[in-house]
Design a protein around this ligand. Sequence first.
Ligand code: IMP
Ligand code: MG
Length: 364
Amino acid sequence: MNPMTQEVTAARRRPRSRRRPRVSQPPPPQQPVPPREPPESPPATAREVAATPERPRRRRRGRRRPVTEARPPEAEPALPGVRFAHPSEAEFARILDFYGLQWQYEPRTFPLRWEHGQVTEAFTPDFYLPDLNLYLEVTTLRSGLASDKNRKIRLVQELYPEVNIKLLKKRDLLRLLTKYGYGPLAPEEVPDVDRILISTPRLQQRVAELGSQISRDYAGKEPVLVGILRGVLCFMADLIRHITLPVTMDLMAVSTYEGDAAGSVKILKDLDENLKGRDVLLVEDIVDTGMTLHHVLDYLWSKKPASLKVCTLLDKRARRLIEVDIAYTGFEIPDEFVVGYGLDFRQRYRNLPFIAVLKHELLP
Ligand code: IMP
Ligand code: MG
């Protein structure tokens, strides 16, 4: 099964977060803005335009990613597959997927010219990127077509000044994604990475939300955040900056099973703070089987805190062996090995600013 099909299947089975409907909804209502020089006839509506023969209508939507922010589930309709008019569009979609950016394929048509109440010319950009509120027209190198597209894009900008639209080549797209924080690395520069699962902007937004939620829940208290080294480094550093209460922090390191481990989890670096009577928030990068967390929680309870809760950036729930109570979850992710934003594969890739899926063939 190819990875795309696999992901769509996973997405359909998963509960939908409140933010995600943005992916499948058409962009904001389309009110054609009157041209500066009034047309001979009033502008047609987008629906009338859709019936014009200028270009075959394909209202397809970008696939959804299986990552969900930990929010209440809603019903989810099945999605149709996407048929691209041109191979370069399919490649663009793969790049957008690689960078974890949501997209819709040809969701809107812009009327450009009217005669006797009929639309005589219209333009349908290839992609809409809801995260960036940006329409993209993909171009290959053939200059004749590019100049016609350029003319149409200029017209769209003139007639619909509120619309953000760009004509792009592949190279320009990679540069644009870097600018918006969906990089910074081109796919070929991260050879072990299959695709980006959670982009930098999504990580940052979610970490900020968790920080606000924790600040509200612990109002009037002075919690101590306990992080487990080393994977938690990036998450914890960002999270504490979104907590608007007096907080203290401490760090622990524990051994993980490496194939030959005799006995159980060992504490490699102990706490420096006294947790007795404190409100403790244990911060984790990822909860997988739950074994590490289970062991660490036992240890922390033995320190007699007033309260003890868990905050994890990632939850690989499908692999859980020991049930643990998690108060705050950043993202539920599928059963994939992920790296970046503190998480490693053989100590590498902790410095990636996003969460990426490691290529399957690298895993034992
Ligand atoms: P657990 O004890 O199975 O829940 O494992 C938790 C620990 O395993 C995490 O704190 C990570 O250090 C590591 N881990 C689990 N899954 C991943 C992954 O996908 N990427 C990197 N490290 C992981
Ligand atoms: Mg860890």
